[in-house]
Design a protein around this ligand. Structure first.
Ligand SMILES: Cc1ncc(COP(=O)(O)O)c(C=O)c1O
Length: 448
């Protein structure tokens, strides 16, 4: 029996040492889970991660979504090794593979006519927004409450849902994600509420002709997969077309995951520009943005052209990984396997919650499953505020202690990969039942 309930000996040593060298002792903010809980991974294979003390978890976090096949997928790794040992990593010149990967994406995503590469989701969003501004010759940008579009200043504004009174009449205030973000970066950004028709109509009636773009995740991967209704998304598409505003669908999480053609395939609605990252490289750092040829053709070094580039853009580690991953996703039934296993997991969790008398609603597709302790499926980030996220958090921590890794915050969905097909679902149901029962008992004790 593995003991997950207290920090491992090696974990404590590594944490203490790391504190001397990095802020909070981690390489990026989101990895710090407290001194006792921060996980130091030693290795990962399939759908499992093993930490520095030899404890193994079945992982539904998957590095926030990039792992779509499984960790250390031999088919992808072999392609990357072949590329770097026979062709090199980068030269700062064009390669045949650049076009090959774009052709693969175009075959899967009919919304793409032309494309450029990037190294991260953040960079892809920056490229798409700049392209939209270059094309429209407008500056204003609209984002949706609860969405996340990377770590650059203009996208780092959010509604302060945690301190908002859902019973009051006042909208949540808009705050920066943290320090170091200049107030000026807010000046050109507006926030709207998902599925709020009146707010959408009002925004375009007031400002439609100044809006360069609306950037959104129709399935909000950063708000528990709360999803746009088809009607609302269609109305947004129509208004963007009417006012010449670019619709940017951020498929950094949904792309090559929820369907071969991403969220746009599920909705049958096409963006003017789309961003991709995460699943397109099964964990290798690769990203891209693209869309209508007429729009993308403003990118270039001709006078007034939109600037795009970077030393590591389309490096061959990234592109060979993308080439292999996309080939597998296109040619095999990997995504069908993920959907099947995700459906089974949703059903078993539903049984667990029902047996414990916990009101629950699932959001989003099985490949990125949102779980909310509330009777009705949330329709916007504001609805998430009235879910029982404390109970979810307690349930999640207990599951982690039983060997199931997930994000304790219900705003992060459960991510699935092809390798989850080998998980013993009987075991998962048993540990989920125990975790849920214990969380409910603790909640009753606290309320006494
Ligand atoms: C929808 C979305 N867009 C953009 C980003 C930023 O991507 P990256 O972390 O690769 O910069 C993320 C990251 O989680 C995301 O979920």
């Amino acid at each position: 029996m593995q003991d997950f309930s207290k920090p491992g000996v090696r974990q404590q040593q590594l944490m203490a040492e790391a504190h001397r060298h990095m802020p909070q002792g981690v390489a990026e903010n989101y990895r710090y889970w407290g001194d006792e809980r921060t996980v130091f991974v030693d290795n990962a294979k399939g759908c499992r991660i093993t930490d520095c003390d030899g404890r193994t978890w079945v992982d539904f976090r998957l590095g926030y979504g990039p792992i779509i096949l499984g960790y250390r997928d031999e088919r992808v790794d072999a392609a990357v090794i072949k590329q770097i040992t026979q062709g090199g990593t980068l030269s700062g010149f064009a390669t045949e593979l650049d076009t090959e990967v774009v052709k693969q994406i175009k075959a899967m995503c009919p919304n793409i006519e032309k494309m450029r590469f990037a190294n991260s989701g953040t960079e892809a969003v920056m490229g798409a927004v700049r392209t939209a501004r270059g094309y429209t010759k407008r500056d204003r940008v609209v984002i949706v409450e609860g969405g996340f579009h990377g770590l650059y200043d203009e996208m780092m504004w959010k509604s302060d849902i945690e301190h908002w009174d859902p019973q009051g009449r006042v909208a949540p205030s808009v705050i920066p994600f943290g320090g170091g973000i200049p107030q000026r970066a807010r000046d050109l950004v507006d926030l709207i509420v998902l599925n709020d028709h009146a707010m959408l109509e009002h925004l375009f009636a007031q400002q439609g002709e100044q809006l360069a773009c609306v950037v959104l995740e129709p399935i909000i991967g950063n708000a528990g997969s709360i999803s746009a209704t088809p009607e609302w998304l269609q109305r947004l598409r129509d208004l963007c077309t009417q006012y010449g505003t670019m619709l940017i669908i951020d498929e950094v999480k949904t792309g090559f995951r929820v369907a071969k053609g991403g969220a746009q395939a599920l909705y049958g609605i096409h963006a003017d520009l789309t961003t991709y990252a995460k699943a397109m490289g099964n964990g290798y750092p690769v990203a891209a943005f693209g869309g209508r040829a007429e729009v993308m053709d403003v990118v270039g070094s001709n006078k007034g052209g939109v600037v795009h580039g970077g030393t590591y853009t389309a490096n061959l580690v990234a592109l060979s990984a993308a080439h292999a991953t996309l080939n597998i996703l296109d040619q095999t039934d990997a995504l069908a396997t993920i959907n099947r296993v995700g459906d089974e997991i949703r059903a078993l969790l539903g049984r667990v919650f029902t047996a414990a008398g916990v009101e629950h609603a699932f959001a989003g597709p099985p490949a990125m499953l949102g779980i909310h302790f509330t009777p009705d499926v949330p329709q916007s980030y504001r609805d998430w505020r009235v879910t029982n996220s404390d109970l979810y958090r307690d349930f999640a921590w207990r599951l982690i202690d039983y060997g199931v890794m997930l994000e304790p915050d219900s705003r992060e969905p459960w991510f699935l990969c092809e390798a989850h097909a080998d998980v013993d679902l009987g075991w998962l149901e048993e540990v989920a039942t125990r975790a849920m029962r214990e969380a409910c008992e603790a909640s009753v004790r606290q309320s006494r």
